[in-house]
Design a protein around this ligand. Structure first.
Ligand code: 3H9
Length: 720
């Protein structure tokens, strides 16, 4: 984030009755970050505080409404040329915060998001107060950027709240609300925002005159035993390492490094801070961190993109009432994200049994929220009151948006579209949740095609972050802007793509899954295919994925792209044969893997090989080649989507792949990955694969051009 140049300071100070009140309010910026200028301001303010004998104590507050401090300025990371540069930044943070810790009493008054370096500043203070505002959260999200807390967080947090609780925050980057922070001893008090300043000033005064002492949180005997006994600690570290490896498969270096930094703090030579600085420096230069930092910038840039290039930008239409057609898995899933976003939802299906099932599914997602304490009991009750069901179109007369999630059949879609248009107001937007049928074809039956577009949610809707909005040439830009705006309100990462077979996500997934199917045709084992792609960084392998989405759905999507793109996507034999045998995957409890009655996945179902072309006869293909055959098909297809204008930018393609289909985040997405491998090398591999599998790997024109010119999707030096 680049704040406009100004003479105004980020941190200003005024002294009231011997208490220095520091207000952090970065000029012209939506959030406070520790830019070089802000760090200078902080350093100078504390030099004054320490020098000026009339100042007894200090209070740090934020001038922003919903943000305390968002941590270090991530944009400044782009200037690190070597690990030493990053290590020096960490050491500077250590020195600044040590000066605060060693000096006069400082009260940290937290209202709004307190992240990364902001939390580390709070840890160096002598008293912490958090407001009970729902916007107040505390976290150390550095591992999500592929780094570790570098301004003392790995040292001060365990010392304050205990090893286990600290690891829980540092290794995951998870966010803690004020109430939990109070329970953990991370803050000393929780107050209403309206009295934050007054209480903070009072506490500063009390700490200065000795009427209040810093109270250590009383920890349980078991906890103390673990923390203070080297054997107990060794157990905690071992378990934590195992947990990290199970979760990251060793592909993310940051959480492992965080464990080392925390552990170094417990050694007698006390070099925890040195270790933290060194590891922070090393991690900042890793490709993993650079790609995760890219994703941060890419997602924030996307938040400002409304998906249309028209001036002036139309204002989004309000969506207060939503009609959903189809109370099945997708329809109920959409309702379950719409009601927490404050929308009144009316869900229609053909009969009361289906409607009841849909409502029960919504209730289940809300119940999960209640169990996880994300909502209170009264909020839970209110949420359920905002969704209702119907078997006719009653209640659709005043909806602002309808999303249809009915059976994937053009005739059915046309019929419901006509029915919808007969009952909804003319201003209503009509979206199809189709994952396969071109939206232009659906809209062709509409009397108001400019108001019809695609909103492709991914399943399960309440968990999957991506929403693909599909536009056709005749769309009214205001309709697009409104759908984007509403999608964001639902908490989704929204990309806008142009209509075309498979849109973006399914189109790039198809040749990837197909390549896995072709490996099966040759007799490669299911495990070796899935393992190779999981080791590359996908959350599950392609064969597991087919089982998860359902063989019927995968086959249907495959047929649509095969029809459109011919030889490149000509379907494999194996998946066709398995579906013909009646196996549907997890939902039918039979697929390539074994499933128990609850749908829990077991090992490979060896009997499935009898259905495949080579029967029980196995062959091997090296893991690296399996990865190339599957992933390069996807990379090439992503570039073709950009060439065809399906994608509006490489950035959207990267975000869509990471958030929609599980492309490994630490590789940044297909376009970033091409940039890292080099277009020339990618073309070389594609040419080699094309010789082996004619028609399937013809390198996209853009890739060939880039291989020759050296041009890149992301010019160096630009974050996005
Ligand atoms: C760290 O602290 C390292 C230390 O341990 C050690 C150092 C030695 N830097 O997301 P939004 C910008 S690592 C730069 O749309 P929201 C963002 O780009 C840091 N810019 O708002 C956007 O810019 P623009 C650990 C930042 O309300 C604008 O602010 N901290 C930073 O949806 C608004 O952002 C993190 O990882 C930053 N740190 O969400 C926090 N933060 O206006 C990362 C924000 O030009 N940030 N911007 O588009 C976030 O998670 C969210 O931005 C936040 C606000 C929750 C704060």
């Amino acid at each position: 984030m680049t704040a406009p140049a100004t003479d105004q300071r980020a941190i200003t100070m005024q002294v009231e009755n011997g208490i220095a009140v520091l207000t952090f309010d970065a000029p012209g910026a939506p959030v406070n970050t520790f830019s070089a200028a802000a760090q200078d301001d902080l350093r100078r303010a504390f030099e004054t505080i320490h020098r000026d004998t009339s100042i007894r104590a200090a209070v740090i507050l934020s001038g922003k409404r919903d943000n305390f401090i968002a941590g270090a300025d991530i944009e400044a990371f782009l200037d690190f040329r070597t690990a030493d540069d990053a290590e020096a930044a960490s050491r500077a943070g250590h020195a600044d915060f040590a000066a605060i810790e060693k000096g006069k009493p400082v009260v940290c008054a937290i209202n709004g998001g307190c992240l990364g370096g902001g939390t580390e500043l709070a840890l160096a203070c002598h008293w912490r107060i958090a407001t009970d505002s729902p916007k107040t959260t505390i976290s150390l999200p550095e591992v999500q950027l592929g780094i570790i807390p570098g301004a003392g967080g790995t040292q001060r947090l365990p010392a304050l709240i205990g090893l286990q609780a600290a690891l829980d925050m540092i290794l995951t980057g998870k966010t803690v609300r004020a109430k939990k922070a109070l329970q953990l001893g991370l803050v000393d008090e929780m107050v209403h925002p309206s009295i934050l300043r007054r209480v903070a000033l009072q506490r500063a005064s009390e700490l200065a005159d000795g009427t209040r002492q810093r109270e250590a949180k009383h920890r349980g005997a078991g906890e103390m035993l673990l923390d203070e006994n080297p054997i107990g600690r060794a157990i905690v570290f071992r378990k934590a390492r195992e947990g990290v490896l199970a979760k990251t498969k060793g592909l993310y270096p940051a959480p492992l490094a965080a464990l080392d930094a925390v552990a170094a703090g417990y050694t007698s030579d006390g070099d925890g801070y040195q270790t933290e600085a060194r590891l922070f420096g090393e991690l900042a230069m890793t490709p993993e961190s650079q790609e995760l930092v890219f994703l941060f910038f890419a997602t924030t840039a996307l938040k400002r993109d409304m998906g249309v290039e028209v001036a002036p930008l139309p204002k989004p239409l309000p969506v207060e009432r939503l009609g959903i057609l189809g109370a099945g898995f997708m329809g109920a899933g959409i309702a379950s994200v719409a009601i927490p976003a404050g929308t009144i939802v009316r869900m229609k299906d053909a009969d009361t049994a289906r409607v009841a099932k849909g409502l029960a599914a919504v209730r289940e997602v809300m119940r999960e929220k209640l169990v996880k304490k994300q909502v209170t009991r009264p909020q839970f009750d209110d949420l359920l009151l905002s969704v209702s069901g119907t078997t006719d179109y009653s209640g659709f007369g005043n909806v602002d948006l309808v999303i249809e999630a009915v059976f994937e059949d053009l005739q059915v879609k046309h019929q419901v579209l006509r029915e919808i248009e007969a009952v909804v107001p003319p201003r209503a937007i009509i979206a199809s949740n189709t994952s396969t049928i071109p939206i232009g074809r659906i809209a062709s039956a509409s009397v108001r095609p400019e108001r019809v577009l695609g909103m492709h949610f991914f399943s399960p809707v309440h968990k999957m972050p991506l929403l693909e909005i599909i536009t056709h040439d005749g769309n009214d830009p205001q309709v697009v802007v409104s759908a984007v705006s509403y999608g964001r309100r639902l908490g989704k990462t929204v990309i806008v793509v142009r209509d075309g077979p498979g849109f973006y996500a399914n189109r790039v997934l198809s040749p990837y899954v197909n390549a896995a199917g072709l490996l099966l045709d040759e007799g490669v084992s299911i495990e070796s295919i899935d393992d190779a792609l999981v080791k590359f960084g996908f959350p599950v392998g392609p064969i597991t994925l087919v089982d998860e989405v359902g063989l019927d759905v995968a086959t249907k999507a495959g047929a649509i792209v095969a029809e459109a793109f011919g030889a490149r996507m000509a379907p494999n034999e194996s998946i066709q044969r398995v579906i013909k045998s009646g196996r549907l995957g997890r939902k039918g409890k039979r697929g390539f893997y074994v499933y128990d009655d609850d749908g829990k996945k077991g090992g490979v179902d060896a009997s499935v090989y009898d259905l495949l072309p080579t029967g029980q006869k196995r062959t091997t293909v090296p893991a690296a080649r399996i990865v190339q055959r599957c992933v390069y098909a996807m990379l090439n297809e992503a570039v073709l989507c950009l060439e065809d204008g399906i994608l509006r930018s490489a950035r959207d393609g990267d975000i869509g792949a990471v958030f929609g289909i599980g492309f490994p985040p630490f590789r940044g997405g297909p376009f970033r990955y091409i940039g890292r491998v080099g277009a020339a090398s990618v073309v070389g591999t594609l040419d080699e694969l094309e010789r082996e599998f004619p028609g399937r790997y013809q390198a996209a024109r853009t890739l060939r051009d880039m291989a020759e010119s050296g041009e890149k999707f992301y010019p160096a030096g630009k974050p996005v």
